[in-house]
Ligand binder design. Structure first.
Ligand code: URA
Length: 438
């Protein structure tokens, strides 16, 4: 078998066999297939797509590219939540502690930023000293001790995805349904959770630009998860606008902490409570209403915030940063963007907001690039808000890339539609897709 022929077959719209898909994934993992052929393959998949059999074969090949984690040593019901990625999406930092405070076990394996979207691992690493590369034994011991751990993917787990994720990030092949499904579910199936809530984002800031794409993605993932014996539920949520007000690593951690204190932006807080309630509901903790009451109590009692601080400490970070977010290093350049007109914010292009944050240093342009944890945006106005000319739209933060500020402002202004009429109200949660057992 030759990689050249497999690329050509997909490029010409053919259906790949399980053997061909495994040849690609195994060869890319062991280094016998170089980056340039894998990149061409991803681009062929991007343009030609894959059917359900191919997606399923790709997912299982990704899962089998490394070790699978045995969570049987974790006492209790193991529940995970995974988002397909968005702008300002820091939900894991809130739902992990909230669900764990309600008595389920959250052993979470998260990713880094991808394209214009941020990643939980990068956000957590903005906390001084915090490690996301702890050993499997320590990870399991921490989950048994405090109920919660969030780590990055180890080199041994779904290594094919680790390489592909970084490659797709820099080759404009992120937003491809088969690649997203196999990336997310390949990792999820390699971990040993009992229940999985998927937060499938739809809209300009996500990898699924249309509702139909989001629905198909959700259904494919729910069905692959169920076939593997997991309890699955998917929430389709709006990502036409950034989630919350903060975009950028430490800015998002601070917003998550405010939310765990009972504050935070309304849209973000409500989504976090909803997702946490679905997580504990899947784990059998009661009816929807009972679960919502439990998650609200986990926040109001301060138990969820305390759990986040305990997790930070257990992973080598300084827990005092959670109680005093002034400890996060401040950006040295702070610049205000003012509204050029009166009216309402009718529409924003969330992807462009993510790109503006990336330009300020909050994400990577190459696989090797470092991150400016202080960089990003705080949105003062969001879709639907009235605005006056000269009023603050957003504050831009950067330490490493002050030269990018004017460009980032242009991106944001180009991505913000201000008009005389308010826009139609869109629900944040668009649809719930339950698996047969969910
Ligand atoms: N999250 C992932 O883990 N993989 C993707 O491809 C997209 C979002």
């Amino acid at each position: 078998m030759r990689m050249y022929d497999i690329i050509k077959k997909k490029r010409d719209g053919g259906k790949l066999s399980e053997e061909e898909i495994r040849f690609f994934i195994e060869g890319y993992t062991d280094g016998s297939i170089p980056d340039y052929q894998a990149a061409a393959m991803c681009m062929a998949i991007y343009f030609r797509g894959m059917d359900t059999d191919e997606i399923s074969a790709l997912t299982l090949a990704v899962r089998d590219s490394g070790e699978t984690l045995d969570f049987s040593e974790i006492d209790g019901i193991r529940v995970d939540k995974h988002s397909t990625g968005g702008v300002g999406d820091k939900t894991s930092l809130v739902i992990g502690p909230v669900a764990a405070a309600c008595g389920v076990k959250v052993a979470k394996i998260s990713g880094r930023g991808l394209g214009h979207t941020g990643g939980t691992v990068d956000k957590l690493e903005s906390i001084k000293g915090l490690r996301t590369d702890i050993s499997k034994e320590d990870f399991i011991a921490q989950v048994n001790r405090i109920g919660l751990a969030i780590i990055g993917q180890s080199a041994d787990m779904a290594p094919a995805d680790k390489k592909l994720y970084a490659l797709r990030d820099v080759t404009a092949t992120v937003d491809s349904l088969p690649l997203i499904v196999s990336s997310i579910m390949g990792k999820k199936l390699a971990a040993g959770d009992d229940c999985i809530v998927l937060d499938v984002k739809c809209g300009s800031g996500s990898f699924n630009k249309t509702l139909a794409d989001g629905e198909r993605l959700a259904r494919e993932m729910v069905s692959i998860g169920e076939r593997a014996g997991k309890k699955m539920l998917a929430v389709l949520s709006d990502m036409d606008k950034p989630l919350g007000r903060a975009i950028g690593n430490s800015l998002e951690v601070i917003e998550a902490v405010e939310t765990l204190r009972g504050g935070g932006p309304d849209d973000f807080r409500e989504l976090c409570l909803d997702l946490s309630a679905y997580m504990i509901e899947l784990a059998g903790k009661g009816s929807r209403e009972e679960c919502l009451a439990q998650v609200r109590e986990a926040v109001s009692s301060g138990r969820a915030l305390k759990l986040l601080a305990e997790m930070v400490e257990a992973q080598g970070g300084d827990p005092t940063w959670i109680y005093d977010t002034d400890s996060f290093p401040k950006a040295t350049t702070v610049s205000e963007l003012l509204s050029p007109a009166d009216g309402y914010i009718r529409k924003v292009d969330a992807e462009s907001y993510g790109l503006a944050s990336l330009a300020l240093g909050a994400g990577r342009n190459t696989k090797e690039e470092g991150i400016d944890y202080s960089a990003g945006l705080i949105l003062n106005k969001k879709t639907g808000d009235p605005v006056k000319k000269g009023e603050l739209l957003a504050t831009l933060y950067t330490t490493e890339k002050p030269e990018a500020v004017e460009r980032a402002k242009e991106i944001i202004l180009g991505a913000t539609e201000i008009g005389p009429e308010p826009p139609e109200d869109m629900p944040l949660i668009i649809e719930i897709i339950r698996g047969e057992n969910g």
